[in-house]
Design a protein around this ligand. Sequence first.
Ligand SMILES: [Zn+2]
Length: 429
Amino acid sequence: MRVVIRGGTVIDPGRINGLADILIEEGRIVAVGPGVSKSAAVKGNGAMVLDVAGKLVVPGLVDLHCHLREPGYEYKETVKTGTASAVAGGFTSICCMPNTNPINDNQTVTQFILERAQAAAHARVFPIGAITKGTEGKELAEIGDLRHAGCVAISDDGRPVMNSLVMRRAMEYALAFDLPVVDHCEDLELAEGGCMNEGIVSTQLGLAGIPAAAEEVMVARDLALAELTRSRLHLAHLSTAGSVRLVREAKARGVRVTAEACPHHFTLTEEAVRGYNTQAKMNPPLRTWQDVEAVREGLRDGTIDVIATDHAPHAVQEKQLEFAMAPFGIIGLETALPLTLGLVEEGILSLEGAIAKLTTEPARVFKLDKGSLAPGAEADVTIVDLQQNWNVEPEKLRSLSRNTPFAGWKVKGRVVTTLVGGRIVYQAP
Ligand SMILES: [Zn+2]
């Protein structure tokens, strides 16, 4: 089967930025360049031609951080609905966190998730295994087994490893298996009982706060441990100016660290919580405008390598609880790209730079052979209409859940077609 993607503007970060055609054969990229579709090899060969003049063509997006909820919480999301949401948002490779039920701390769960992903046949799924058994922070999981089963990183996301010695051992093991350790940085004691950012707004609303320091002390600890162990540390969802500063300084000293930020943390502030809006409740919480600016600057200067979604589905009835009781988290796979393009509109990132944070950079951080349109690569391709404005209507999203703070937002830039392995897995209605 041959596919020709003709006439679009191709951005393959660091390699191509301009008008080009793409030739795909047997699920792989064969050639990219101007006039490829006119070559003798294509003519008269019954290729499927996608005419994408005026559209942007990029490598399929890669998300290092999402929650697919299966096994155990299929009423929030399943591997099938989560990967359908992914491809609708332009993501062709997604890494799912282990906080399912049972926890992905052993090969059986990893294999189950991979089988579900295979059956769904939407996006590629790369599971992240737990650092500790049951994510209880005590005993290390069988990290070698997890890797062997297909896990691409380890993390106790949602329940950070509080014991620094356990974290040190995890980093040492992970280094032996060349796996990144992903940390959700939160000092659980400093954060205890908190449900939003600690500050003026939390005081006015009478809600218990989570101070920026709860994140920053763990960022500092992890950086010290990464320096000690020389392991690959990846810091999830940075949300505070202090965290960005710590990572910037550590990188300047040569510490092996990478970091991600989420669209909500560079788009919204704690003001979104006013009215006790549970759709604005996430962990780490929305912070202040100074923090938003620092995260944006971190993305701009490369301190923050990657944009990740932290897609965290919850059922409608769960988010309808009173603010303090509602669960943390929002869905994000279908809004990440337009919100990232917002940074381009605002002049914070170049278009190529923004695409890199969603493709080549995440692929590099987890050493995934993805996020590229180089000849020989699997043909995971996302086609975007940069000019299309659309309204975020939660009921129209592909995710099983509806928990987004962006309902009713007018955004710009829409995925029109997504291909995985040369096969169309999503076509905009
Ligand atoms: Zn987290």
